[in-house]
Write a protein that binds this ligand. Structure first.
Ligand code: GLU
Length: 300
């Protein structure tokens, strides 16, 4: 019932087209190719040619501009990463953003990426600086007062990153007397302060800044989502490790302008019908770092 209503809303033909796997239309990491696949020979999606999306102010703005502005992260390997030399953007979140753009009829060279740190996300969406945001963005009631979320499209949980040779921390209860680093405006920083008793907390704009502090020995641990931490461990397994088990549930959503229900429903239908694409992106970007997971159902 719900599914058929959404299908009707965005056009059956468009849904059928955008969820086709293995059609050839280029690569999301190859700006020249016009929008699909990363690293293999087969395209994961096509750029939609018949998009029927009415009553979405955000989509109208994209059409007017003839392009999409997407908010992302640039320092989270496997999720949202920008190569400092080539400028190439890669990761699960970046490809989710590309997939959404393709479903709306925009290919890679019509996407502008804007790197926005955790603390500035709601404001960037409220200001209309980005059309949507895909970057380890947990769905919370507090954030929903300012913006809407499509999804969730991924579930993870808060964890701890420590030096590989540190056996003194195996959970958030072991943080007494320890200095813990996290990011301003993030749910993990709030939770570690509200629910646990670390010796001290320090905050930066980005998690890569925390990683530098940890490697320099000026903090004892970093706390954020395990999916993010696993990406850092995969880059430097001799220096870093995850300590203990996750101690929260973080549900990643796509941040949208509040009230743009048409766009939210469109993205949710894309996720619901696009299990093959989701799995391919997960296998490509997250499974190699040892991350496990299944595609969650989107919120009603
Ligand atoms: N998922 C958490 C949040 O949205 C932490 C990751 C991040 O800061 O992006 O706050």
């Amino acid at each position: 019932m719900r599914k058929s209503r959404i299908l009707t809303g965005i056009g059956l033909a468009a849904v059928a087209m955008i969820t086709l796997s293995a059609c050839n239309s280029g690569s999301p990491t190859d700006p020249g190719a016009g929008g699909t696949e990363t690293g293999g020979d087969e395209a994961l999606w096509e750029v939609a040619t018949e998009v029927d999306l009415t009553d979405s102010p955000t989509y109208d703005r994209m059409v007017e501009r003839d392009g999409v502005i997407v908010g992302v992260k640039n320092d989270q390997p496997g999720l949202g990463y920008e190569d400092a030399v080539s400028g190439e953007r890669t990761g699960f979140d970046v490809d989710i953003a590309r997939w959404i753009a393709a479903s709306l009829g925009f290919d890679e060279d019509q996407i502008e990426y804007v790197t926005i740190p955790s603390n500035n996300r709601e404001q960037a969406i409220v200001n209309g600086d980005v059309d949507y945001y895909v970057g380890t963005y947990s769905i919370t009631d507090g954030r929903k007062e300012q913006i809407d979320f499509a999804g969730p499209y991924f579930l993870t949980g808060q964890g701890l990153l420590v030096a590989a040779d540190d056996d003194s921390i195996s959970g958030p209860e072991d943080l007494a007397g320890k200095i813990v680093c996290s990011v301003t405006g993030s749910t993990p920083l709030q939770r570690i302060r509200d629910e646990y008793s670390p010796g001290d907390t320090v905050e930066y704009d980005t998690y890569s800044q925390c990683v530098e502090q940890l490697k320099a020995g000026s903090v004892d641990a970093i706390t954020t989502d395990e999916a993010i931490l696993a990406g850092y461990v995969a880059q430097e397994p001799d220096a870093l490790k995850i300590a203990g088990e996750p101690f929260s549930e973080e549900r990643y959503g796509v941040g949208l302008e509040k009230g743009d229900t048409a766009l939210k429903d469109h993205i949710n239908a894309l996720f619901t019908d696009g299990g093959d694409v989701w799995t391919a992106l997960f296998e490509q970007h997250l499974a190699p770092a040892g991350i496990e997971g299944e595609q969650p159902a989107v919120d009603e």
